[in-house]
Design a binder for this molecule. Sequence first.
Ligand SMILES: CC(C)(COP(=O)(O)OP(=O)(O)OC[C@H]1O[C@@H](n2cnc3c(N)ncnc32)[C@H](O)[C@@H]1OP(=O)(O)O)[C@@H](O)C(=O)NCCC(=O)NCCS
Length: 192
Amino acid sequence: MSKYDPLWRRVGGETSHSFVMTFDQIREDPVRNGARQAGTSSSRERCRVPDRLMVGRARTLRDAARLVRRQVFVDEQGVPEDEVFDGADGRAVHVVAFTGEDPLATARCLELGSHIWRVGQVAVLEPARGLGTGTLVMRAALKHIVSCGGVEIVLAAQSGAAEFYRRLGFAQCAPGDALESGVVLVPMSLTL
Ligand SMILES: CC(C)(COP(=O)(O)OP(=O)(O)OC[C@H]1O[C@@H](n2cnc3c(N)ncnc32)[C@H](O)[C@@H]1OP(=O)(O)O)[C@@H](O)C(=O)NCCC(=O)NCCS
């Protein structure tokens, strides 16, 4: 059995390098929390859960990701713009979850070399949190990285979000680092 098999099953085992999931596929996907909620939610809740997920390098996708990141990191958390828009977007693969035409959530995958990837800029709009959307986006990022032959994923979690990543299988791999702002970043990794 390949060492990728457990994760491969968890993320669906597909090999496409970029893909789109429709609402019906999201609803029927048994591996994630949001599926259950998307399938049973009221119409009001439904506009807070994604009906479409896109993964790729297209400029339109990058722009959608940046809209979410601006709202969450710059406007809500007060992170300086140059940290959020750090110049790496053009060489990254972006995962974006939409409801209708509106982006709700995003994550960014960057290949660092030697089959090691960094996932970052993970953000879900405030009204859509706690419904499984972050998990959906992360699973799509993992699926993409597996399909590209990635063997390890690293990330720097805000200490408040470390539990979210632990639930996805990540473990702390080095001591945390306190920024001037007081935010503590926790280095975490997942071996695929
Ligand atoms: C962190 C974030 C991406 C999580 O997205 P989300 O859609 O709310 O997460 P989910 O609903 O998929 O949660 C999955 C699980 O993780 C848990 N979880 C999510 N955020 C958590 C947090 N901050 N602390 C502890 N647990 C958390 C949920 O309770 C849930 O557990 P369950 O499966 O037992 O119900 C989202 O809260 C967010 O965008 N926060 C602001 C931006 C941010 O801090 N990004 C992370 C930068 S490192």
